[in-house]
Write a protein of this length. Structure first.
Length: 200
């Protein structure tokens, strides 16, 4: 089973994914935030292309798909990645996760992956968080993790929203096993119960 958590920057995708994993236990999270491209070209592009990290160009689709396919085929994972935005590098963390029953895919680029997945085995979750709440979260995160100033972080998140919602309806043409829209904490409690029932 694949659980897809989609939403714009700062909407709470990572937080919700961790809540689901804590509730269900037998799963793993693959975040597109940890699969940005590295190397000289990526470093140059991140300097000269506006909002590089919010564009599909920055995402290492091939690497993400390779790891996803391995887990789907074998039911376990031996490692995970952590992307460092300041160094433009990926750290490989060796940790074995066995008996995986579900995979949570989260991040702004999940739509690049799910096009190739069987829709009958996917639960799709869309987060609809207030824009100002997202902006506040991103400002704090980008200052801490990416060394951005408040003004730059705010400018970037506004553009990130624009890019994310450019094709906002593309996923709703698919017939997923289940679709959920989360707007508040009450919805999250209901969602966790429904997902538990669906998987188990």
């Amino acid at each position: 089973m694949i659980i897809i958590v989609s939403g714009p920057s700062g909407s709470g995708k990572t937080i919700l994914s961790k809540l689901i994993l804590k509730k269900l236990k037998d799963g793993i999270i693959l975040s597109t935030d940890n699969y940005y491209k590295t190397g000289i070209r990526s470093k140059i592009f991140s300097k000269i292309i506006p909002y590089y990290f919010d564009r599909k160009l920055s995402f290492n689709n091939k690497l993400f798909k390779r790891d996803l396919d391995f887990i789907l085929k074998n039911g376990f994972s031996n490692f995970s990645y952590k992307y460092n935005f300041e160094r433009n590098s990926i750290k490989k963390i060796y940790k074995t996760t066995n008996n995986i029953r579900f995979i949570i895919l989260e991040g702004i680029f999940v739509r690049e992956i799910i096009k190739s997945l069987s829709k009958n085995f996917c639960i799709f979750i869309k987060l609809k968080t207030k824009k100002q709440t997202c902006i506040n979260r991103v400002i704090k995160r980008d200052f801490k993790e990416r060394g951005k100033s408040k003004n730059l972080a705010q400018k970037d998140v506004m553009k990130a929203w624009e890019l994310f919602y450019k094709n906002k309806n593309e996923n709703y043409s698919r017939n997923y096993l289940n679709k959920f829209i989360v707007k508040n904490k009450k919805d999250i409690k209901i969602l966790l119960k429904k997902i538990t029932k669906t998987i188990y």
